[in-house]
Ligand binder design. Structure first.
Ligand code: G3H
Length: 249
């Protein structure tokens, strides 16, 4: 079965009400391939989630950028998976490298978060990826495998998981992975899933690429057999996000 192309826009910690309205208007007016061909998910900061959800066209969906690892309670500043479900937010991004690096989220913690979010009915974009130092020392696959293993140990049903391979050295740097570099890791990762999770999951799970994707480089990346879409940061705040969605066809 063909894997449906997936394009996520991670707005990170950006935007004002006016800017958010402008981005949503651009998306709502865009002519893009149908939902049968491409799944589009945008991820505004928490405070804008209900607003974006209320304005956004019905064939696009929203994602939170994080959620708490367990049931809510006395965890000041956190947002629980239950709250997202209560608000009708279908997706959450977990394990983004910015949170791993800046907030010390370990592989195990990310695995716990993914499992808890799934148990509450959320769909998860789980991020993995190596630093430049790790790539240069030849440990890319070991790092990515360890990150994925920590998720695989806690997850039994992969139907609602999208894996986002985001090399840290490519994020926000303008230094995109070449199509061959992306394909190599995606292919090895799919093989890892095949050997460690199962053939069916490996064939079905979408592995998307993130790191300096833009309107100019998306088409060639999208042409790689194991690149099933993108997680876009900077360019998801601009009209060129529409071109990235269109790279699905
Ligand atoms: O989640 C998105 C990634 O961090 C990519 O960000 O497209 O700005 O490099 P970027």
């Amino acid at each position: 079965m063909a894997r449906k192309f997936f394009v996520g826009g991670n707005w990170k910690c950006n935007g004002t009400t006016e800017e958010v309205k402008k981005i949503v208007t651009t998306l709502n007016e865009a002519e893009v391939p149908s939902e049968d061909v491409v799944e589009v998910v945008v991820s505004p900061p928490f405070v804008f989630l209900p607003f974006v959800k209320s304005l956004l066209r019905s064939d696009f969906h929203v994602a939170a950028q994080n959620c708490w690892v367990r049931k809510g309670g006395a965890f000041t500043g956190e947002v629980s998976a239950e709250m997202l479900v209560n608000l009708g937010i279908p997706w959450v991004i977990l394990g983004h490298s910015e949170r791993r690096a800046l907030l010390n989220e370990s592989n195990e913690f990310v695995g716990d978060k993914v499992a808890y979010a799934l148990s509450q009915g959320l769909k998860v974009i789980a991020c993995i990826g190596e630093t430049l130092e790790q790539r240069e020392s030849g440990s890319t696959m070991a790092v990515v495998a360890a990150q994925t293993k920590a998720i695989a140990e806690k997850v039994t049903n992969w139907d609602n998981v999208v894996l986002a391979y985001e090399p840290v050295w490519a994020i926000g740097t303008g230094k995109v992975a070449t199509p061959a570099q992306a394909q190599e890791v995606h292919c090895e990762l799919r093989n890892w899933v095949h050997d460690n999770v199962g053939a069916e999951v490996a064939a079905k799970v979408r592995i998307i690429y993130g790191g300096s994707v833009n309107g100019a480089n998306c088409k060639e990346l999208a042409g790689q057999p194991d690149v099933d879409g993108f997680l876009v940061g900077g360019a998801s705040l601009k009209p060129e996000f529409v071109d990235i969605i269109k790279s699905a066809t």
